[in-house]
Design a protein around this ligand. Structure first.
Ligand SMILES: Nc1nc2c(c(=O)[nH]1)N[C@H]1C(S)=C(S)[C@@H](COP(=O)(O)OP(=O)(O)OC[C@H]3O[C@@H](n4cnc5c(=O)[nH]c(N)nc54)[C@H](O)[C@@H]3O)O[C@H]1N2
Ligand SMILES: Nc1nc2c(c(=O)[nH]1)N[C@H]1C(S)=C(S)[C@@H](COP(=O)(O)OP(=O)(O)OC[C@H]3O[C@@H](n4cnc5c(=O)[nH]c(N)nc54)[C@H](O)[C@@H]3O)O[C@H]1N2
Ligand code: SF4
Ligand SMILES: [Mo]
Length: 747
């Protein structure tokens, strides 16, 4: 029987409403939900194409075990779990908990169960080897907030609905649909700003899809910190800032003033290529526009000093009077009583916030209990106490997403045990001993806890699964419960959890993601507070009575700062010594042999590495090319479509060049997530983006350093933008330096 089920997309952050057509427990199609109060009938091509992913014949639907000849064979769950349990206990006996590690990738964040169970398991296990996509993405945000507010999870988000001057630095929301903010229909949200007479200014080395619809101010990659320092300089120099307010809100103002005195726009212009007059005018506008905000994302996170840059973004908002006010950069909240106490407790009692531990290789600080993924390969290969010997990878493809995939690929083969939980065979789990089939989002219900404080219009939605798990796929949290059981006799904390699980299973009250989320729904804004508020929300009521979701407040509430700040003095700290120590990283990295600068870019029909197998997203052909400016191309004798070699100090890739005016001279953009080289089980991804060199694209992270010394120091961020490179015409007649480079990635 054909049914229409209301649900929502969980690929990226807006979480757009979807209507799933289901026939006989088969997903037939997906279309945007017109009744969703925020996405109102919008969904992007990735969201619509997801039917093809759910039903993809290349999906992993049964547990797989690697055979001695390197192929995979199907085994039962019982066999897989029993063998994994045995091997895990052996590793534990030999190496202890610190021999066991976990990498969770981006889609893990889009599943409450996956996130919470992974965190609980790895915490109770007590291993330092927890890695995630965060060190290539957002961990600098957490660390900046840790120093500024004492609260790593405080993240100011731009008040899109009410802002009149929005400065976007290093983000491309028209393609990415917004990040570290959930704002469905963001493109319209931005257009509404200009429609009400406001401005959107995009500061980006590339004339992006977002910049094309608004004002574009090109910048030299990895110089945003200098621009922000100059904005602060002008605000103090021209006495635009309200100092008495600042002294009430913040500590360390004099130190900040002393520092920014050194960065007049007239001196930073040579590095940023933004003239002083423009900077001065922008500083004035940010102060004088009643509702203004500066927002940064990937482009301001992946330079050499991402934590400092992000802290400076907040400082500009603060000094201009735009932090925590309507139309500025605002703090979302879950509306749960005792939230603040909760974060404080976590800060004190777990290795939650920052540098609870440092990595064995590179001595880099952990962020929210995770170490930089760039050092994972060396943690596997570097002998000695604490060496990583067994690795779980869930919803991740670090061979393509982390620097130096070649190094990681070969390290993975050194492990005593590698287990992947994924929906596909990818370039990473090609090295696994076991691949365990996971459900896709439509095979599980969810209320997404991590995004609750990030909606630009406070909103709640919960969904049941729309179809049952395909094949033998299982939800990750249930598999993690099995791992808890497997190690229960070896790790006391896991033993205690296992005992609780066993008792609660007996009385039919097992903890599951829905029960945990229900607590948050009941305690949160609009919740029923366990009966204290009649008619309030519960998880079940959300699913049953509000399937399209509910807007729980008209807008973000101003005046959250005092409850957000955990520092004892309740002030924002502007002078953390750790941040001040980062200033030496702002020096110029110029290398005459590598005069160009690499930046990344996202494509509308890709989601990192994992949606290149959906026919709808490959329609009309795809290419993987390096975008460069005509001046740079001409100087090097490169014409449109020519094959080129791109070299950095760390590696090289070979791919076609595309020549475009839509990029600042001196800058080259290459999308990540490609480099499908046949090792993953992706039939179509492997043959997509074909050119004379092969297909599947190249892994741009071959150009990125995994050397601990090259990582950003405070959050261990990989330096993926502004990397010095050179591009030259590929001499196809010359002997190839590295045959593997022709087949996409050096993986
Ligand atoms: N279609 C699509 N959507 C996605 C994804 C996807 O792969 N495809 N991925 C999702 C994920 S995981 C994330 S984290 C978000 C990311 O969301 P965004 O950050 O909005 O996405 P990016 O396209 O990476 O935008 C980064 C921008 O920074 C610019 N940039 C690079 N270096 C610099 C610099 O030094 N300074 C400045 N000012 N700008 C710079 C780039 O040109 C680019 O336009 O997107 C999410 N949404
Ligand atoms: N050069 C460069 N590198 C980058 C970036 C960049 O901008 N430039 N961006 C970085 C960023 S922001 C991110 S987030 C990372 C992403 O890095 P990763 O998360 O490591 O890689 P993904 O390509 O997102 O791979 C996700 C995997 O999860 C699987 N999957 C999808 N849904 C599910 C599910 O529900 N359950 C399970 N178990 N598996 C699932 C997919 O099949 C795929 O194998 O890449 C980073 N790497
Ligand atoms: S923008 Fe696209 S991928 Fe992201 S949540 Fe919406 S429909 Fe899904
Ligand atoms: Mo990301």
């Amino acid at each position: 029987m054909r049914q229409e089920k209301v649900t929502y997309c969980r690929i990226c952050e807006p979480l757009c409403g979807m209507i799933a057509t289901v026939d006989n427990d088969e997903l037939i199609s997906l279309r945007p939900d017109k009744q969703h109060p925020l996405s109102k009938g919008f969904a992007c091509p990735k969201g619509i194409a997801f039917t093809e992913i759910v039903n993809d014949p290349d999906r992993v639907l049964h547990p797989l075990r690697r055979t001695p000849d390197g192929e995979f064979e199907q085994v039962s769950w019982d066999t897989a779990l029993a063998e994994i349990g045995d091997r895990l206990r052996q590793v534990h006996r030999r190496h202890g908990s610190s021999g066991i590690g976990w990498y969770f990738g981006n889609p893990a964040t889009f599943s409450t169960g996956h996130t919470l169970w992974t965190a609980t398991f790895t915490n109770l296990l007590g291993t330092p080897h927890v890695y995630s996509a965060g060190s290539q993405d957002v961990n600098n945000r957490f660390v900046a907030s840790h120093f500024l507010y004492g609260n790593p999870v405080a993240a100011p988000i731009p008040d899109i609905n009410r802002v009149d001057l929005l400065v976007i630095m290093g983000a491309n929301p028209v393609v990415s649909h917004g990040s570290v903010m959930s704002s469905p229909r963001i493109r319209e949200g931005l257009n509404a700003i200009t429609a009400r007479g406001g401005r959107v200014l995009v500061i980006d080395p590339r004339h992006t899809e977002t910049a094309r619809e608004h004002e574009w101010l090109p910048i030299v990659p990895d110089t945003d910190a200098l621009l922000l320092l100059s904005l602060l300089h002008v605000m103090f120099d021209e006495e635009l800032a309200d100092e008495s307010r600042l002294r009430q809100q913040a500590a360390g103002l004099d130190t900040l003033k002393d520092i920014v005195a050194e960065y007049p726009p007239e001196t930073t212009a040579a590095r940023t290529d933004i003239d002083a007059g423009t900077v001065r005018a922008l500083a004035r506008s940010l102060v004088h526009t009643e509702r203004a905000a500066v927002y940064g994302r990937i482009g301001t996170s992946l330079g050499r000093a991402g934590t400092l840059t992000t802290a400076l973004l907040d400082m500009v908002n603060l000094v201009a009077g735009n932090l925590d006010v309507v139309g500025g950069a605002m703090f979302g909240d879950l509306g749960i009583p005792g939230q603040r106490a909760g974060v404080t407790a976590l800060q004190h009692f777990s290795r939650f916030a920052w540098a609870g531990r440092r990595s064995r290789v590179g001595n880099l600080p952990q962020v929210l209990g995770t170490a930089p993924a760039s050092v994972m390969a060396k943690e596997i290969t570097t002998r000695g106490r604490g060496q990583l010997r067994a690795l779980f990878v869930s919803a991740g493809n670090p061979v393509l997403s982390v620097p130096n995939g070649a190094e990681l690929s070969s390290a993975l083969d050194d492990l005593e045990l590698m287990v992947s939980l994924d929906i596909y065979r990818n370039e990473t789990n090609a090295h696994a001993d076991y691949i365990l089939p996971a459900t896709t989002m439509y095979e599980r219900g969810d209320f997404l806890l991590p995004f609750q404080a990030l909606f630009t219009t406070p909103f709640k939605q919960a969904t049941d699964p729309v179809i049952s798990p395909r094949g033998e796929a299982r939800e990750e949290w249930t598999v993690i419960n099995e791992l808890v059981a497997a190690l229960s006799r070896r790790v006391p904390a896991l033993g205690a959890l296992h005992a609780m699980n066993t008792v609660s299973a007996r009385v039919g009250r097992m903890w599951n993601p829905e029960r945990l989320s229900d607590v948050v729904v009941r305690m949160g804004v609009g919740g029923n507070r366990f009966g204290l508020r009649r008619g309030g929300l519960t998880y079940r009521r959300l699913v049953r009575d509000e399937p399209h979701g509910v807007v729980v407040a008209d807008g973000l509430a101003p005046g959250q700062l005092r409850d957000t700040i955990i520092h004892r003095d309740r002030k924002i700290h502007l002078d953390a010594p750790e941040l001040l120590a980062e200033f030496d990283r702002l020096a110029d990295a110029a290398d005459p042999r590598l005069p160009l600068r690499l930046i990344g870019m996202r494509e509308i029909r890709s989601e990192n590495s994992w949606q290149h197998n959906a026919p709808m997203l490959l329609r009309g052909g795809r290419e993987h090319a390096a975008r460069m400016h005509p001046d740079d191309a001409e100087q090097r004798g490169i014409a449109e479509g020519d094959l080129v070699v791109v070299r950095s100090a760390h590696g090289h890739v070979e791919l076609p060049a595309t020549i475009t005016d839509d990029i600042k001279p001196g800058v080259v953009a290459i999308p990540h997530g490609w480099g499908h080289n046949g090792s993953g089980g992706w039939t179509r991804a492997n043959s997509a983006a074909a050119n004379d060199l092969g297909s599947g694209g190249v892994n741009v992270n071959a150009l990125i350093s995994s050397d601990p010394g090259d990582l950003e120091r405070l959050a261990g961020m990989a330096n993926m933008t502004g990397v010095p490179i050179e591009v030259s015409l590929l001499d196809t007649a010359a002997p190839r330096p590295d045959a593997s480079a022709t087949l996409g990635a050096q993986t």
